[in-house]
Design a protein around this ligand. Structure first.
Ligand code: COI
Length: 353
């Protein structure tokens, strides 16, 4: 299928690239492709960025049949655009599609569309330390219909946002609150997918956490509320007694690409790492006996984010003196250096456009 390009006649003024918030500004173009029953995905095209028209009864507004992804582009010193493991994002989008009864996309075609889009909008890739072009592919159900069933039409889009850090704290450790009343995901639910509903259901708990002075909440399992799952904006890792531990993927945790990259890096360095069930009690016990050495989150937007304070019930666990730990710093440095091209990409993770 040919991807057509309609360039904007009115390029927008760029924001101050040295002082970028996360996800607020958008580049000049976007990628769109439509799906109609009987026709499949069709008309892949790059067009000027702008509002789209949808019927008020479009199914996405009512039953949230939608999926999304998040990845980043960087510009290396030789002017090349660098995408970090984009194939993994499109593969994961299809996993989410399957769960949300959305038709599968052609991953190679979408990657081609993304490459053309970032090439066209490469002037929008910020170069300041800590910034990137955050890329948001997503699919929405567009049928004008109020019955609950899979839509027969969809829109796949990719938009790009020159962005700064997700957490204003940067590499300063964040404070996290263990959520033990609300749950994010349940067995057999959609926790492993990137779908808006997972995030909508988490906002209330986040509001409460913010009111208490915390950045995010740490979710426990939806059955016993004993086992650690994820933060919502990131997966979570602990270093306990020399071993790095992260909750195993169990169907209710997102299979993060930064999570996967972190595990692969640790293995390549010979650092013991395990994916297993880990209870909040185990973390609390490790804190009490002095073996809770580090805690950090991983995510595309969050990159690697040290956790300096974990609060559970009335207990406040101050981790590594509220300073970034040695292994957390090493993973952060290695991943960001590979992403930006400052370090050789021995893992073969970067796609140069
Ligand atoms: C990402 O890290 O790309 C996400 O989609 C998480 C979101 C909370 C920004």
């Amino acid at each position: 299928m040919e991807i057509t390009i309609n360039k904007t006649q009115n390029p927008k003024a760029k924001p101050d690239m040295s002082n970028l918030p996360f996800g607020k500004y958008f580049s000049d173009h976007m990628f769109i492709m439509d799906y109609d029953e009987g026709k499949g995905w069709h008309d892949p095209r790059i067009v000027p960025y702008g509002p789209i028209e949808l019927d008020p009864s479009a199914m996405v507004f009512h039953y949230a049949q939608e999926v999304f992804e998040g990845l980043k582009a960087y510009k290396s010193s030789d002017g090349h655009v660098r995408l970090f493991r984009p194939d993994k994002n499109f593969a994961r989008l299809n996993v989410s599609n399957e769960r949300l009864a959305i038709p599968q996309i052609d991953e190679a075609l979408c990657l081609e569309g993304l490459k053309k889009l970032v090439e066209l909008d490469k002037e929008w890739i910020p170069e300041q330390e800590g910034t990137s072009l955050y890329i948001r592919p997503f699919i929405i159900a567009t049928d004008p219909f109020l019955g609950v069933k899979p839509s027969e039409s969809y829109k796949f889009m990719i938009i790009c946002s020159p962005s700064g850090l997700y957490y204003p704290e940067g590499l300063a450790p964040v404070k996290i609150y263990v959520e033990d009343s609300y749950v994010r995901a349940v067995r057999g639910g959609t926790g492993f997918t990137k779908t808006g509903g997972n995030y909508a259901g988490s906002i209330r708990a986040q509001v409460v956490a913010h009111e208490k002075g915390y950045s995010q909440v740490l979710w426990l399992d939806g059955v016993e509320q004993k086992y650690i799952e994820e933060v919502g904006s990131m997966n979570i890792f602990f270093k306990i007694n020399g071993e790095v531990v992260t909750p195993a993927l169990n169907g209710s945790i997102l299979s993060g690409i930064t999570r996967m990259s972190t595990i692969e890096l640790l293995k390549s360095w010979g650092v013991p790492v395990s994916e297993r069930k880990i209870s909040i009690q185990e973390v609390s016990d490790a804190y009490d006996n002095g073996t809770l050495e580090e805690c950090f989150g991983t995510g595309t937007a969050a990159i690697i984010s040290p956790v300096g304070e974990l609060s559970w019930d009335d207990k406040v666990m101050l981790i590594n003196d509220n300073k970034i730990g040695e292994i957390t710093q090493r993973i952060f440095d290695t991943i960001t250096n590979i992403q930006t091209g400052k370090e050789e990409d021995k893992m073969g993770w970067v796609l140069k456009v």
